[in-house]
Design a protein around this ligand. Structure first.
Ligand code: PBG
Ligand code: ZN
Length: 327
């Protein structure tokens, strides 16, 4: 039926009717807050390219996590920056590793928040690549062996969920088997399934000191041009036993989020990455955009595209807005 019988504006005439017909809503249940833990003590330092995001030492992160929990956010994902890096990233499976020490503390002092650990090597290797190097490139199968040690160690120290982000082939299967045979059959895997080789990771690499010392990550992360390959990667991870699949970054890949949602029955996560955060912060600082509105519109678009879970550095600010009843 056409105009004048159909007038879509009827359902837009005031707040009450607009809220009755609203299709998508962002809630605190959707959000995971990424946090950085750095070796040392008494340290809280802001990441220069990510205003409002901090690197905490293990003693300081506990209070920060309590605040996150009190704001109503249910989950965090932890990234570690160790004191010492080496060629294989052995801190990642050490009982005295930065993540392991932090997990024990956080689980003891803030038991009521869900702790996901990012599982990779780039923050822990002296060359900054996401695995073991052989002949100048990351050796897939040698890296799988170290991934198994890393996830079992995370689980032993209290990780609620592990999130492998290195884009190694077969990583989900290797990790599932390692967790199961170590007695952690109930620890879920959130796989960074479709992770693209993106320039939007720039600020994160400053925060995590994880920029590769040579070359780039294009031999393991995906080509931003490839949609069909992203679906293939997701289907492989589903077969290998992933519990949640992720698309990363989010904003430049909304079509991929939608496609993944249609291709699988698993929950879909999307990572609103550091560069997406920083450009909104920068625009706001310059006074060129309304930062809060752009933030909400962006996160809503990620959810509307199909994300069930959004990992975002904005989580705390969103929680503030929700708790103050502003959205
Ligand atoms: C490392 C990792 C990266 C991010 C999370 N884990 C990026 C990279 O490949 O350097 C990016 C997060 C962000 O940009 O916010 N495997
Ligand atoms: Zn990595």
């Amino acid at each position: 039926m056409k105009f004048p019988l159909t007038r879509p504006r009827r359902l837009r005439s005031n707040d009450l009717i607009r809220s009755l017909v609203r299709e998508t809503r962002l809630t605190l249940d959707d959000l995971v807050y990424p946090m950085f833990v750095v070796d040392g003590s008494n340290t809280v330092e802001e990441v220069p390219s990510m205003p409002g995001v901090y690197r905490y030492s293990p003693d300081k992160i506990v209070d920060a996590i309590k605040e996150v929990r009190d704001s109503g956010i249910k989950a965090i994902i932890l990234f570690g920056i160790p004191a010492k890096k080496d060629s294989v990233g052995s801190d990642t499976w050490s009982d005295e590793g930065i993540i392991q020490r932090t997990l024990r503390r956080v689980k003891r002092e803030v038991p009521d928040i869900y702790v996901i650990t990012d599982v990779c090597f780039c923050e822990y290797t002296d060359h900054g690549h996401c695995g073991v190097l052989k002949d100048g490139t990351v050796d897939n199968d040698m890296t799988l062996e170290n991934l198994k040690k890393q996830v079992v160690s995370h689980a032993e120290n209290g990780a609620d969920m592990v999130a492998p982000s290195g884009m190694m082939d077969g990583m989900v299967k290797a990790i599932r088997e390692a967790l199961d045979s170590a007695g952690f059959k109930d620890v879920p895997i959130m796989a960074y399934s479709a992770k693209f080789a993106s320039a939007y990771y720039g600020p994160f690499r400053e925060a995590a000191e994880s920029a590769p010392a040579f070359g780039d990550r294009r031999s393991y992360q995906m080509d931003p041009a490839n949609y069909r390959e992203a679906i293939k990667e997701v289907l492989l991870d589903v077969e290998e036993g992933a519990d949640i699949v992720m698309v990363k970054p989010a904003l430049a890949y909304l079509d991929v989020i939608r496609g993944v949602k249609e291709a699988t029955l698993l929950p879909v996560a999307a990572y609103n990455v550091s560069g997406e955060y920083s450009i909104i912060k920068a625009g706001g600082k310059l006074g060129w955009i309304d930062e809060k509105k752009v933030m909400m519109e962006t996160l809503l678009s990620i959810k509307r595209a199909g994300a069930d879970i959004i990992l975002t550095y904005f989580a705390k600010e969103v929680a503030q807005l929700i708790n103050r009843g502003e959205i």
